[in-house]
Design a binder for this molecule. Structure first.
Ligand code: HEC
Ligand code: HEC
Length: 347
């Protein structure tokens, strides 16, 4: 993914006046946005099988993957609450507060890179991060593998998921199984139905909001299948927000690339299910979606969106809230005398 800095916010500001019919509008929107695919996407070097999905699901929900035995992926990416934790910034190991807001895992498979700063290329690379992060799960790959090997049921599931491998219980395969499970967390929404031809899927206010979203220039950064997750831009392209929204300490992609141009550059956030995942921005300091929309207007476009405009855009964003596949809570393998005990000081 390239850093695209010097985009012209007017380049994608289209003259909607000429758009005659609902079908023209749809064709036009389909050039900018993409509906979710109807099947689970293929993953690079990681064939998705039912066995692997089930294993990944168990791992996603298993708190024993953390050193303390307290935190699972689901702690901060709760599938019952939009795939995030609804906290400004996440709480992890030893009750520590992490530096950033937890993004949703729903539809994350369609992001071109993971994290607010895009530092992981895909979900398998991503999954290795939180397990080892001191403020998240504070574990080591060796301890994860020892934990998995201590439970015969897990060993069996890894064999079934990676049948061609002599030594299937590995940290790499742990991450691949989680990636396979995450690839199933796709949430088709009314907006997809509309893009696919159902005029009634959106109401008039939502259609007006979509037109504004395109017309004002939001779609120049928030486009594609996730309406974001596919490009990097300065937060504050036109006007840098204050430290109450954009704390000075977190310079975003600068920490990844160490290029001065990347100071305060972040990934344009994916916007599916956005009305379920307050609070907003990497700082998690804004609770109200309408306020977040107005901040974006000022900071990224130099536009003061009035109340009616912001309400319409929020209505449109509501049409991105989709249906999660039914999640049956997994029964996890039982521990044995060999299972490493919880560690880490609890403060
Ligand atoms: C203590 C809370 C916490 C735990 C536990 C946790 N995460 Fe996260 N996760 C976060 C935060 C915070 C971020 C954003 C970090 C950043 O961008 O620097 C994140 C980012 C992600 C992303 C990137 C999403 C995107 O849009 O870029 C994915 C995917 C993800 N986590 C999956 C997982 C998986 C899988 C696990 C379990 C192995 C896990 N997380 C455990 C807090 C957590
Ligand atoms: C120049 C690119 C750009 C434009 C134009 C833009 N955004 Fe954003 N948007 C971003 C970036 C970058 C972020 C991530 C900010 C951060 O670091 O927290 C973001 C974040 C957001 C968020 C918060 C997402 C979350 O998960 O917390 C919302 C909501 C949003 N944008 C909506 C809009 C709307 C509505 C418009 C038009 C009024 C718009 N954006 C215009 C780049 C842009």
């Amino acid at each position: 993914m390239k850093t695209r800095h010097l985009i012209s916010t007017t380049a994608l500001t289209f003259a909607l006046a000429g758009v005659a019919s609902a079908n023209d509008l749809r064709d036009y929107a389909r050039d900018i946005f993409e509906p979710l695919p109807s099947t689970i996407p293929a993953l690079a070097d990681n064939p998705v099988t039912p066995e692997k999905i089930d294993l990944g699901k168990a791992l996603f929900f298993d708190p024993r993957m953390s050193a303390s035995g307290v935190f699972s992926c689901n702690s901060c990416h709760n599938l019952a609450t939009g795939g995030d934790d609804n906290m400004p910034t996440s709480i992890g190991h030893g009750w520590q507060k992490g530096p950033r807001n937890s993004p949703t895992v729903l539809n994350a498979v369609f992001n071109e890179a993971q994290f607010w700063d895009g530092r992981a290329a895909d979900l398998a690379e991503q999954a290795k991060g939180p397990v080892q992060a001191g403020v998240e799960m504070a574990n080591t790959p060796e301890n994860v593998v020892a934990t998995l090997n201590s439970m015969p049921q897990y060993v069996e599931w890894f064999k079934a998921s990676f049948p061609a491998e002599g030594d299937p219980v590995s940290f790499d395969n742990f991450a691949k199984a989680i990636e396979a499970y995450e690839a199933t967390l796709i949430t088709p929404a009314p907006f997809d139905a509309w893009l696919n031809g159902d005029d009634n899927a959106l109401n008039a206010e939502q259609v007006a909001g979509m037109e504004l979203f395109i017309d004002k220039g939001c779609a120049s950064c928030h486009n594609g299948v996730n309406l974001g997750g596919n490009g990097y831009y300065p937060f504050g392209l036109i006007e840098k927000p204050g430290a109450d929204i954009l704390p000075e300490g977190d310079k975003g992609r600068f920490a990844v690339t160490e290029t001065a141009d990347d100071e305060y550059v972040f990934r344009a956030s994916p916007l599916r299910n956005i009305d379920q995942t307050a609070p907003y921005f990497h700082s998690g300091l804004v609770w109200d979606l309408k306020v977040a929309v107005q901040i974006m207007g000022e900071s990224q476009l130099g536009e003061d969106l009035n109340d009616a405009e912001a309400d319409q855009i929020v209505a449109f964003l509501g049409s991105l809230t989709g249906t999660l596949p039914q999640v049956v809570y997994p029964i996890l393998p039982v521990e044995t005398a060999m299972t490493p005990r919880p560690t880490g000081e609890v403060k």
